[in-house]
Design a protein around this ligand. Structure first.
Ligand code: AHM
Ligand code: MG
Length: 335
C-alpha cells in the first residue's frame, strides 16, 4: 500500500531542497495544520454537536457571530499559542492583537487568520474554510503591537487555507509555488494530492454576488455585461457563473480550473472600501493566487503591495486567471 507524501514529509523535503522553510516555521505550520484538522472534525459533526446557532455577540466588523466562529477561533489560539514560535496572533473574530501569554515560550512569527470563512454557509452544509497568513516579527516578542502586523502582503512568509468541503483540503504556499493536500482521515494526515497547482491564464467562468449589481462601478458593470452577453457580445464566447459565498471555495475552484472572483469596490456602504479583509482574507489568497501564476488586484492596485493601515481593513478584491484580471484592471484605468 502506498502512503503518499504527507504534509509533514513535504515540508521536510522542501526545507532540504529550497532552504526557505526553517525548523521554526515547520513547527508553527504543524500547529496550524492541527488546528485545521480539529476544525474539520468540529464542522463535520454538524448539528450533532449542537453548535450551529448564532450568538448574541457581534464581531469587530459588526457581524453576528456564530457559535462556530467563536469555537474555531478558540481552537486556533489553543493549538498555536503553545508552538513556541509566535509573538502574537490576530483574527477576524478578535478586535485586538492576541499576545502569547507569559506561561508559553514566544517566538519570532505573527499569525493572522480567519478561522471560519464563509460562515453563513455552515448551517446549510455548504463549504467553508480557514485562511491563514504567517509574518515575521522583528520587534519585542512579549508585546507585539498592531503596527507590527501592518506589513504588506509581499512580506508574508507563508499563507494557506483549509477547505472543509466534500473532502478536507489544505493548500499552502511558502513562496515556492502552491501545493494541495487532502486529509486522509484514516491516518489523520494531509497527503499531497495536488502538487504544483497553477491557474490557467484564460477562463470562461466568473464569480460575483450579482445582488450587488446596482452598486458596482462602471468597469465591473462593463466586464460582467460583456461576460453575460456571451457568444453574441464583444467577448465572442459564452461564460459560466458561480457564487458559493465562501471565498475559500471560490479560490479553490479557480486554482483547480481557472476563473475570476470579484468582490469589487461598490457604493453599497460608502464607509467600507470593500467587503473582504486585507490581512486575513485578501493578502493570503493573493499570495497563493500569484504563486499559482494568477493575478490579484483591487482594480487599481496589486493587493500584495498595499501598505495596511488597520488589522481589520477592507479592500476590493479581483483575483484569478491572469488575462481576465488584466482585462478588468484595464477597464479601471482612466475610470
Ligand atoms: P466571512 O469571513 O464573514 O464569512 O465573510 C467573507 C465571505 C467570503 O467568504 C465570501 O466571498 C463573501 O463573504 C460572501 O459574501 P456575500 O454574503 O455577499 O455572498
Ligand atoms: Mg472571512
Amino acid at each position: 500500500m502506498q502512503i503518499g507524501t504527507t504534509l509533514t514529509q513535504f515540508l521536510a523535503d522542501e526545507q532540504r531542497r529550497a532552504g526557505v522553510i526553517t525548523d521554526d516555521l515547520r513547527i508553527l505550520l504543524g500547529e496550524v495544520f492541527t488546528a485545521c484538522k480539529v476544525i474539520s472534525n468540529a464542522i463535520n459533526q454538524g448539528a450533532l454537536a449542537g453548535v450551529m446557532g448564532n450568538l448574541d455577540s457581534e464581531n469587530v466588523q459588526g457581524e453576528t457571530q456564530k457559535q462556530l466562529d467563536v469555537i474555531t477561533n478558540e481552537i486556533f489560539i489553543e493549538a498555536c499559542e503553545r508552538s513556541g514560535q509566535l509573538a502574537g496572533m490576530a483574527s477576524e473574530e478578535m478586535e485586538d492583537v492576541y499576545r502569547i501569554p507569559d506561561n508559553f515560550v514566544r517566538g519570532r512569527y505573527l499569525l493572522v487568520f480567519d478561522p471560519l470563512d464563509g460562515s453563513s454557509n455552515v448551517n446549510v452544509n455548504i463549504s467553508v474554510g480557514t485562511i491563514f497568513s504567517v509574518l515575521h516579527h522583528d520587534g519585542d516578542a512579549s508585546h507585539p503591537a498592531v503596527s507590527d502586523f501592518l506589513q504588506p502582503g509581499t512580506r508574508q512568509v507563508a499563507a494557506g487555507y483549509a477547505l472543509y468541503g466534500s473532502s478536507t483540503m489544505l493548500v499552502l504556499t511558502t513562496g515556492q509555488g502552491v501545493n494541495g493536500f487532502t486529509l486522509d482521515r484514516n491516518i489523520g494526515e494531509f497527503v499531497l494530492t495536488h502538487p504544483g497547482m497553477t491557474i490557467p491564464a484564460d477562463t470562461k467562468e466568473f464569480a460575483i454576488n450579482a445582488s450587488n449589481q446596482r452598486f458596482w462601478e462602471a468597469p465591473v458593470q462593463r466586464y460582467v455585461a460583456e461576460c453575460v452577453a456571451g457568444k453574441t457580445g464583444p467577448r465572442g464566447r459564452d461564460f459560466n457563473m458561480r457564487w458559493v459565498a465562501s471565498m475559500v471555495a471560490e479560490v479553490h475552484r479557480i486554482l483547480v480550473r481557472g476563473g475570476v472572483f470579484m468582490y469589487p469596490k461598490d457604493t453599497k456602504d460608502p464607509t467600507k472600501a470593500g467587503k473582504l479583509r486585507l490581512m486575513y482574507e485578501a493578502n493570503p489568497m493573493s499570495f497563493i493566487v500569484e504563486q499559482a501564476g494568477g493575478m490579484s488586484s483591487t482594480g487599481r492596485q496589486r493587493i500584495l503591495d498595499i501598505q495596511p493601515e488597520g488589522l481589520h481593513q477592507r479592500v476590493p478584491v479581483i483575483l484569478g486567471s491572469k488575462n481576465e484580471v488584466e482585462l478588468v484592471v484595464s477597464y479601471h484605468q482612466g475610470h
